[in-house]
Ligand binder design. Structure first.
Ligand code: ADP
Ligand code: TRP
Length: 344
């Protein structure tokens, strides 16, 4: 690998319902931004979704929803690789090989698994393997950077740990020289990339925005739904004429996701100046969100009306993803002592 080699950016998103602003600002937009400078590999994590989803039709529909969201948000599927995780089943093979070098202690420390344990008496085994499958996703494509929201950083760290275990146990070295240059023999170490200002987008109740908290705004909510969700945000009872503190206001914070710095500063002045109510701030937020999402929503709706084209895009992406994965899985099989596959 020379210094001039383009980095490979890889990330995944689960098809578990409509993507929300947290997904968009935490992962989708930064990932698409990276596509300008890196080779972009983004996929729909349908195997991961099966840790929770029990509705086959919903899984299929939500997979198209994610694909359409990525494209409508600016990802060029010809210039980058967009595919469905399960279309490259080699990822399951690598999951197994990584499982054989990963201690139980590591997977039990995963926050997501601990949360599942706290909520359910007997969480399914897929949740235990979740970070191993995620590591396989990343390592199967020799990825360099992984754009994610803050909650996924621990999983990327685990993938880094697994690179260490694998290379040490099968190749007897870290795979890296003292200058940090990879030898190309074992697995390649990735790094998480978190967009600092949107690492944790708050939801309508002030907690982290999440599908599971019911506090989310969908990326392509209709104008009416968007307005309804925003107007219902709870604010304090400071009278209209009194000055208000923008820094403690959720509406202000969400407005900052869209507004350039000067507009955000102007809004802060209005808060502090008095005679400016939360209702006014909410309308400003509706206007910003609508200006940002309306053109993308139109493209999204057009894409969703033609799932045959989406299917073609995903199949083409899977072919290209598989071509990248092929030499990696062969390298890994050879390192552990498995034969070259006789049948492809
Ligand atoms: P959810 O928590 O709603 O189920 P996912 O786990 O599917 O969301 O997350 C998909 C991607 O979006 C991940 O990279 C995750 O870190 C990011 N993400 C999710 N919620 C947020 C949030 N509130 N702020 C920032 N990033 C987020
Ligand atoms: N676990 C991630 C999430 O819940 C989705 C995901 C699966 C992923 N595989 C990945 C993200 C590989 C980055 C890289 O959001």
């Amino acid at each position: 690998m020379t210094a001039t080699h383009k980095q490979r950016s890889l990330s995944g998103i689960k098809p578990t319902g409509q993507p929300h602003w947290g997904n968009y600002f935490g992962m989708i937009a930064p990932a698409i931004g990276l596509a300008a400078e890196a080779e972009a590999y983004y996929f729909i994590a349908d195997y991961h979704a099966l840790t929770t989803v029990r509705d086959a039709a919903a899984l299929r529909a939500d997979s198209y929803d994610i694909a359409a969201t990525m494209i409508a948000s600016g990802l060029d599927p010809a210039a980058s690789v967009l595919w469905r995780q399960s279309d490259v089943p080699e990822v399951c093979e690598l999951t197994w090989l990584l499982s054989c070098v990963t201690g139980m202690g590591l997977v039990e420390r995963a926050h997501a698994f601990k949360d599942a344990r706290a909520k359910e008496k007997d969480p399914n085994f897929g949740l235990v393997t979740y970070p191993v499958l995620m590591a396989a996703d990343i390592l199967l494509y020799d990825s360099d950077v992984v754009p994610v929201g803050k909650d996924q950083v621990q999983h990327v760290e685990m993938a880094r740990d697994m690179v260490g275990y694998f290379n040490a146990q099968f190749l007897g070295s870290s795979g890296y020289d003292s200058a940090g240059v990879w030898d190309g023999k074992g697995l390649k170490r990735p790094a998480a990339r978190v967009q600092a200002d949107t690492a944790v987008v708050p939801g309508l109740d002030g907690r982290k925005m999440s599908k599971s908290y019911g506090n989310a705004i969908s990326v392509f909510a209709s104008t009416k739904q968007l307005r309804k969700r925003i107007m219902a945000i709870k604010t304090d009872s400071t009278p209209l004429e009194d000055p208000k503190d923008p820094d403690t206001c959720l509406v202000f914070q969400l407005h900052g996701l869209f507004a350039p710095a000067d507009e955000q500063a102007a809004l802060a002045d209005q808060y502090r100046g008095g005679n400016f109510g939360y209702g006014h701030a909410k309308l400003a937020l509706v206007a910003q969100a609508e200006a940002h999402f309306a053109p993308r929503r139109e493209r999204f709706n057009a894409l969703m009306a033609d799932t045959d084209t989406l299917e073609d895009i995903l199949r083409d992406g899977a072919k290209r993803a598989r071509a990248t994965a092929e030499p990696v899985i062969e390298r890994v099989r050879s390192a552990v002592g498995l034969p070259t596959r006789p049948i492809r």
